[in-house]
Structures are given as structure tokens and as C-alpha cells.
Design a protein around this ligand. Structure first.
Ligand code: SAM
Length: 249
């Protein structure tokens, strides 16, 4: 089963590579009408699948996803699948970004924590909706380039830290929203502690390349209420608290 999923993922990445090559990659990227592609992405992949929150739809229409992917992938930036961003990591499928963002139910007063900065795209979407975004990336080159990209794009309400997001960012807690964009064996205790009363945390729970469940936790009266949203596939949480340690492989 696990082997099958790995082969499927490799197949998708290979197809993406071939497809990017076919449509020109770097060459002629100026000819692409990114604004039109973005509108089509929102209508066909996001609205049609039931995302209704107007502020989320506006953010997805605003953030220029093609600026967050490697140049060779730009022509595929608005397609309906995740894309490789280097270091063996991915930028999530647009619909998944919209779904997780909607689940957080943010407003302009909110402070949000993201674990797994990657390209910085999800952080930029959150920055359109919240007051402050704190995002942590464990792979230094990814974190550094996301930091530069977000600064160049004037996302002044986003702060990037390089480190293990398992521990959260206690100096800026409590958080009204926490989003984890890599699969965790279970909800990390420090993140649960750093979630504000009335706050929401969305996190994929499950093993690496095996079954994962996108899960929403809400803290009410100091208690954590859990709701399972849907099956999903995310890259695993890295570091000592990641799935490798827990499973012993
Ligand atoms: N949100 C990202 C974006 O918009 O491009 C996509 C994130 S990618 C699916 C998951 C990211 O989580 C990877 O960049 C990976 O390096 C990072 N990651 C994995 N384990 C981590 C950890 N313990 N702390 C922080 N980041 C971690």
C-alpha cells in the first residue's frame, strides 16, 4: 500500500516535470496571463468544491502563487496539484490551502502561527486575513528564501523563523489560529498549549505517506474539541518529534 502511494507520488512529480517542460518552463512565461489563470483556479478548483468564505476567496484571488514556485514551475502554478519547491518539499494544492485557511475562520485582529513555511505561499494567504503571521521552517534554505520572497512582496505582517516548529513560538503566543502544513503523529503538546481560548488549530494527523486525517481542534473552556475533516497527503513533520522517531523507522 505504502509502496503504491510512493509510486503514485513519484508519478505525479514526474508528470509535473514533463508537463512544465512541455509548456515551456521559463521560456515564454511572460506570455502567461497569470491573473486569468488565478481567477480560473479560484472558480474551478476552489469555489466549485464548496469554499464559500468571501475573505478566503479574495485572498486566493490576490496572492500571486506563481511568485512562490521555482521558475521552471511557474506555468503550472495555478494547476490543481502540489508542486515541488526544492529540498524534497512541496507547495500544497491550491484547494487544500483554501480549505485549511477557511477552517481557521480568521479575522483582521488575529495572530496566527504556521508550522512549515515552505515557499511562504500559505503564510502570504494568511497575511491577507490576519493581523500577524508567525511561520516556522525547519529547512534553512527554504526558510531563508521564503523570508526574502515575503519581504520583497511587502508582507510586513509575516515573520519567518528557522527551527523546529514542534515547539511553536511561545514569545508570540497565544495564537488565535495555528496551521500545521506537515503530517504529525499527533497534535504537538506545545502547540496545544499555545492555542488561545476560542482558537482553532488545523493539522494533518497521521504517518508519512500513509493515511492522514486533516483535523480541526478548537479550544473552548480550556478543553480541546476535535473534528475530522478529510483524508489528505502531506509531507511528514521532520525533527526529533516527527513520525520517524515515533514509528522507529
Ligand atoms: N506551507 C507551505 C507553502 O505554502 O509552500 C508548504 C509546506 S510543505 C507541504 C511542508 C513544510 O513543512 C516543508 O517545507 C518542511 O520542510 C516543513 N517542516 C517539516 N517539519 C518541520 C518542522 N518540524 N518544523 C518546521 N517546519 C517543518
Amino acid at each position: 500500500m505504502r509502496q503504491g502511494i510512493i509510486l503514485l507520488e513519484l508519478g505525479i512529480l514526474l508528470m509535473v516535470g514533463l508537463f512544465s517542460g512541455c509548456v515551456g518552463g521559463n521560456k515564454g512565461k511572460d506570455a502567461w496571463d497569470f491573473a486569468k489563470l488565478r481567477e480560473k483556479m479560484v472558480e474551478q478548483q476552489i469555489e466549485r468544491r464548496g469554499i464559500k468564505d468571501k475573505s478566503v476567496l479574495k485572498a486566493m484571488r490576490t496572492v500571486e502563487r506563481h511568485r512562490f514556485v521555482p521558475e521552471a514551475q511557474q506555468s503550472s502554478a495555478y494547476n490543481d496539484y502540489p508542486l515541488p519547491i526544492g529540498e524534497g518539499q512541496t507547495i500544497s494544492q491550491p484547494y487544500i490551502v483554501a480549505l485549511m485557511t477557511q477552517l481557521l475562520a480568521l479575522d483582521k485582529k488575529d495572530t496566527v502561527l504556521e508550522v512549515g513555511t515552505g515557499s511562504g505561499y500559505q503564510a502570504a494567504v494568511l497575511a491577507e486575513l490576519a493581523k500577524e503571521v508567525y511561520t516556522i521552517e525547519i529547512i534553512e534554505p527554504l526558510g531563508k528564501s521564503a523570508q526574502i520572497r515575503l519581504k520583497d512582496l511587502n508582507y510586513d505582517n509575516v515573520e519567518v523563523r528557522i527551527g523546529d516548529g514542534y515547539a511553536g513560538w511561545p514569545e508570540h503566543a497565544p495564537f488565535d489560529g495555528i496551521i500545521v502544513t506537515c503530517a504529525c503523529p499527533s497534535a504537538p503538546k506545545p502547540l496545544v498549549e499555545q492555542l488561545a481560548e476560542g482558537g482553532r488549530m488545523v493539522i494533518p494527523i497521521g504517518g508519512s505517506l500513509s493515511y492522514q486525517m486533516m483535523t480541526l481542534f478548537e479550544k473552548r473552556d480550556g478543553l480541546l474539541h476535535k473534528k475530522e475533516i478529510s483524508g489528505c497527503v502531506f509531507v511528514p513533520l521532520l525533527g526529533p518529534h516527527g513520525w520517524q522517531t515515533e514509528r522507529g523507522d
